[in-house]
Write a protein that binds this ligand. Structure first.
Ligand code: GDP
Length: 220
């Protein structure tokens, strides 16, 4: 493909991302167990990560809405899946944060069960964005989730958050160190996107990458 055609198709893809995420985004359901999951009508994209990873901020940045996903000061408070309708084109799912130190065993158990049930049976789930704090890198609890996702064959993509807080070298190191781990994680997507909800770094790139999963086949 020559440079001009490449630029054109990149522009077209960015247009898709812009258009999808410019759609109205509205909370429409919460689920605490599989019995009350909404019906799987639209392509779904889920967001998961350790508590305080910057998940609410990222969802707000993607959708351009300041307080859509509440940025919570109490890590691990929400134990439910929150569903947002994005312009009647897709569903975004905000999953409860994991890996917080002070949670009781029974809470962790409830969380794991909910996550497990959701991942196992969600036919419309196109991708899960697994958020990793750039300052902390991949933790044992993230790897435990990756194993769960590999087992459920849910394609997941690592998305680094708070990239404004670290140097480019730190970002590159996280990606490079993940490369050899990928053999153990067959459901992981090869591309890692570094983002910042503060500076908007990577936000357009992530919108584009997710919009390709939602729109017609010609772009996949
Ligand atoms: P959640 O618990 O994963 O939903 O995390 P939040 O979105 O509530 O963010 C947790 C903390 O990290 C808050 O103090 C945010 O202001 C901060 N934060 C979130 N995203 C960014 C980012 O991209 N850059 C920086 N510097 N701080 C961020």
């Amino acid at each position: 493909m020559d440079q001009r055609s490449k630029n054109n198709s990149e522009e077209q893809l960015h247009g898709l991302g812009r258009k999808l995420f410019a759609g109205k985004c509205q909370f429409f359901a919460a689920a605490t167990n599989i019995e009350n999951l909404p019906s799987p009508d639209l392509p779904e994209i889920a967001f998961a990560g350790r508590s305080n990873v910057g998940k609410s901020s990222l969802i707000n940045a993607l959708t351009g809405q300041k307080s859509l996903a509440r940025t919570s000061r109490t890590p691990g408070r929400t134990q439910q899946l929150n569903f947002f309708n994005l312009g009647d084109q897709a569903t975004l799912v905000d999953m409860p944060g994991y890996g917080y130190a002070r949670a009781s065993k029974s809470r962790i158990h409830a969380w794991t069960n909910l996550m497990h049930d959701y991942l196992k049976g969600r036919v419309n789930l196109r991708r899960l964005c697994l958020l990793i704090d750039s300052r902390h890198g991949i933790k044992a609890s993230d790897e435990a989730i990756m194993n769960e996702l590999d087992e459920a064959a849910v394609v997941y993509q690592l998305v680094l958050t708070k990239a404004d807080k670290v140097s480019q070298t730190v970002v590159s190191d996280i990606s490079r160190n993940f490369e050899p781990m990928r053999k153990k994680h067959p459901a992981s997507h090869p591309e890692i996107i570094a983002t910042s909800s503060r500076t908007d770094l990577g936000i357009m790139e992530l919108r584009t990458s997710l919009s390709i999963l939602v729109v017609p086949n010609q772009f996949r």
